[in-house]
Design a protein. Structure first.
Length: 361
């Protein structure tokens, strides 16, 4: 445990902020290591079944109660944000083109980018406070990052549950550096700036918000296309998926604060042309080796081949364009999850166009 004088704590906190900005973080704040207010909300959210098949949250639910479950001797939580907003995607796509969430467009997986910067920031802290303990976190530990980001003054919770910052909107990644050094904390962000706006709630294609500030993940397109990897997507949500292949940005795209958000300065987040947008029909020709070659070390790897090709079938079924039946018939010869989605898509295209189904089985 590192005990510092008030002046030293202030100076070290100032150094952390300065170095974080130099490393490319757009937001930085410091929160005390306390029980987050959102822990009770997490418990209720899990009890309501809103986590769906994300069993890893349920397994670690008690660990979210305090950051000491992540770093035993923690006294401060340094919260960091890195903007990933790049040029806006096309408003209209050609039939068969599929959308990928903005966060996955970059040339490098954001986990790798942020972890590298966290290591560099931790090195500075170790140099300034020899013997201190640190642990960097990017999505993978039982830490309520949004709660600590609010405590660190980075923003407020929007009605779509995203953390929003006045200058960066909500299009930024969060990372945390936990340490046993007691750093002077920032003031928490206590005020919401959403007012009476309900644009995010009104725009959701699958009605995933049972009430403001509450997300039912089992209805969310991001959950359905990414986390629900090994099961069919419930039919009642397939039409709402529209042309979303991986993730969804609808509730963020309509947010007024994101229209004002700055563009990212991080080269690793510049879009790959083949992801903005994706040819959904071409995906159905990928075997496991080709899938891994194309998507290894990218966020899209998380859905797995079967999940991504299942999603591609649904996107093609939603086009209303029967020219995609040939591609979908490739899916009829694939594994069961893909085959079921291809069969559904062919039947949907037939129903849309008033023709006889061409699916088999």
């Amino acid at each position: 445990m590192n005990d510092l004088s008030a002046d030293t704590s202030d100076d070290l906190a100032a150094t952390v902020r300065k170095v974080a900005v130099r490393l490319g973080f757009d937001l930085v704040g410091i929160a005390p290591a306390v029980r987050p207010d959102g822990f009770a909300n997490l418990q209720e959210w899990l009890e309501n079944g809103f986590a769906g098949e994300m069993s890893y949250i349920q397994r670690r639910r008690d660990a979210y109660e305090h950051p000491s479950h992540v770093l035993e001797s923690v006294r401060s939580v340094i919260m960091l944000g890195m903007n990933y907003r790049t040029a806006d995607p096309p408003q209209e796509l050609m039939p068969g083109q599929a959308r990928v969430s903005r966060y996955a467009w970059g040339t490098n997986d954001y986990h790798d980018v942020l972890r590298d910067r966290l290591r560099q920031l931790a090195d500075v802290l170790h140099n300034e406070a020899p013997g201190c303990k640190t642990r960097g976190v990017v999505d993978t530990a039982p830490l309520l990052e949004r709660d600590f980001a609010r405590l660190a003054g980075l923003g407020w919770f929007g009605k779509n549950t995203m953390l929003i910052n006045k200058w960066q909107g909500s299009l930024f990644f969060l990372a945390a550096l936990l340490t046993d050094v007691e750093l002077t904390p920032d003031d928490p962000h206590e005020t919401s700036h959403c007012g009476t706006c309900t644009a995010c709630l009104d725009a959701c294609p699958t009605d995933a918000f049972p009430e403001p500030y509450v997300l039912d993940a089992t209805r969310c397109i991001s959950y359905l296309t990414i986390e629900l990897r090994d099961q069919p997507i419930p039919e009642e949500h397939r039409e709402g998926m529209g042309d979303w292949l991986f993730g969804c940005d609808v509730c963020q795209d309509v947010c007024p604060w994101n229209r004002k958000a700055q563009l990212s300065k991080e080269p690793s987040f510049e879009p790959q042309s083949e992801l903005t947008p994706v040819n959904a029909a071409a995906l159905l020709t990928l075997d496991e080796e080709a899938f891994n070659e194309r998507f290894a070390s990218t966020p899209l790897e998380r859905s797995g081949r079967r999940g991504l090709l299942r999603n591609a079938c649904i996107v093609l079924g939603n086009t209303g364009n029967e020219t995609h039946v040939g591609a979908l018939q490739i899916g009829l010869d694939d594994e069961p999850l893909i085959r079921e989605a291809a069969h559904w898509a062919i039947d949907r295209l037939a129903a849309t166009n008033g023709s006889a189904p061409d699916g088999r089985g």
